[in-house]
Ligand binder design. Structure first.
Ligand code: PLP
Length: 480
């Protein structure tokens, strides 16, 4: 790596990216390409001789960008957001510059110690119980995704109970969550060897706002105990993926504790909102949790990937995930003087992800981050009002954070309860390229989801999105 060449090329790349952001609104939000488009545009083998950066950037412009869905567009409202910011971007750049692989403390002490510092900072911003701080028996770690976070928590919990009851009882272990929990939990169960018939997705009804009802959990647990099974893991969600429902942590956590179960709280999306004092109450009951996860890369201005996981008992993780091969032995680790994050995660290698989170926290500060979240929630409130003001539409679940679930009310006697109508509405809108939103199914009904959370979204974008929706609805209803 020649420093001067890096300087010259990186300046060009930054210019390219800055221009991309400048022109972001000109692109269709959802990529409009057909499957396989790229192999028709690119040669079928790698070049034998070097090519210029300019030629490559030209190809990015002409061939790659058409195949990009623009998550950073202010008109992006699908799934949940994946924030980018100047601080997050610079942190990623710095991380790429150092390009360390921080599996053990010795491989880059700063990479390990910065995780410890910033995860303690964020734990304090969220007012997590002190047991999650590094000063006690617990601590925080950056994982790639919430899926990895729940998997490692599940592995720690599984091994903890198996140490007590004996490995031969794996087939008796039972996992609980509401049917609104993210599919990441199902995948974690598959990987962890939990028997598929032992994975209980308890019904969260519309009448309880899609929250898991504590009595439903208690009943399931007592049936399982009386059948000789071993309830051992409960996953509650703060901000479910379909409708941003918040499971009642206090009551659920007490039940989990009474049954000696591991209690994991998945706040992948909504955790960020809880840095605001007025939304912190959604985490009440997290005191009961053994592990807690949230994605800074969703809604806290930190570029993907940066998923934060805290545990109260770090040894539980380490007992499940540590290995100690000769080629990794070193004095600091042998003396137990340091944290080796390789023992808190699935892979060995770790990127220097704490840099970008540290830069976000420092360059924006807690107050700006709180206002950033509040602004999105206010925009979602405004959108919800717009939906309510048009009798052709209905809101389908309570809005708690920045997600609005709604649909076009099907005309009386309309076939399939409005499924096709709303699917067609979503499809037409997304194909227009003007905005991008996604869907879910709640109580058997097709529901549109509009999640405010892209960093560049302003009131005018939300108003324009509503106009797009209204216009397409008028056309669709006119054609029925
Ligand atoms: N949990 C919840 C509540 C989510 O909303 C999501 C994704 O949207 C996930 C987990 C999975 O996130 P990841 O892609 O970080 O694994």
């Amino acid at each position: 790596m020649d420093a001067e060449q890096l300087r010259e090329n990186a300046h060009k790349m930054v210019d390219f990216i800055a221009d991309y952001y400048k022109n972001l609104e000109d692109f269709p939000v959802l990529s409009q390409v057909k499957p396989g488009y790229l192999s028709e545009l690119l040669p079928d083998s790698a070049p034998r001789q070097p090519e210029s950066l300019q030629d490559i950037l030209d190809d990015v412009q002409q061939k790659i960008i058409p195949g990009v869905t623009h998550w950073q567009s202010p008109n992006y409202f699908a799934y949940y957001p994946s924030n980018s910011s100047i601080a997050g971007f610079l942190g990623e750049m710095l991380s790429a510059g150092f390009n360390i692989v921080g599996f053990s403390w010795i491989t880059s002490p700063a990479a390990t110690e910065l995780v410890v510092v910033v995860l303690d900072w964020v734990a304090k911003m969220l007012k997590l119980p002190n047991q999650f701080l590094s000063s006690g028996l617990g601590g925080g770690v950056i994982q790639g995704t919430a899926s990895e976070a729940v998997l490692v928590a599940l592995l720690a919990a599984r091994d903890k109970i198996l140490r007590r009851v004996g490995k031969e009882y794996l087939n008796k272990l039972i996992v609980y969550a509401s049917d609104q929990a993210h599919s990441a939990l199902q995948k974690a169960c598959q990987i962890a060897g939990i028997y598929s018939e032992n994975f209980r997705l308890l019904k969260a009804e519309q009448s309880s706002n899609y929250e898991l009802v504590p009595e439903v959990l208690s009943e399931a647990i007592s049936i399982d105990f009386s059948s000789g099974l071993i309830p051992f893991f409960l996953c509650a969600t703060v901000g479910t993926t379909s409708s941003a429902a918040v499971d009642p942590l206090c009551a659920l956590g007490k039940i989990a504790k009474a049954s000696d179960m591991w209690f994991h709280v998945d706040a992948a999306y909504a955790g960020s909102a809880c840095i605001c004092p007025e939304f912190r109450h959604h985490l009440d009951g997290v005191e009961e949790a053994d592990s807690f996860g949230m994605n800074a890369h969703k809604w806290l201005l930190t570029n993907f990937d940066c998923s934060l996981l805290w545990v109260k008992d770090r040894n539980a993780l380490i007992q499940s995930l540590s290995t100690n091969p000769e080629f990794l032995k070193n004095k600091a680790s042998q003396e137990n003087a340091v944290v080796d994050f390789k023992d808190w995660q699935i892979p060995l290698g770790r990127r220097f992800r704490s840099l970008k989170l540290w830069m976000v926290l420092r360059m924006y500060g807690q107050e700006n981050l709180q206002n950033y979240i509040r602004n999105h929630i206010n925009l979602a409130k405004q959108f919800e009002q717009l939906v309510k003001s048009d009798s052709r539409f209905e809101v389908m679940a309570p809005r708690t954070f920045s997600l609005v679930c709604f649909r076009l009310v099907p005309p009386p006697n309309h076939q399939d309860n409005g499924y096709k109508l709303n699917y067609s509405l979503m499809d037409a809108i997304n194909t227009s390229g003007k905005i991008f939103l996604s869907h879910t199914v709640l109580s058997g009904k097709f529901v549109l989801r509009l999640a405010v959370g892209a960093p560049l979204t302003e009131e005018k974008h939300v108003e324009a999105a509503w106009k797009v929706l209204q216009n397409h609805a008028t056309t669709l209803l006119g054609n029925i």
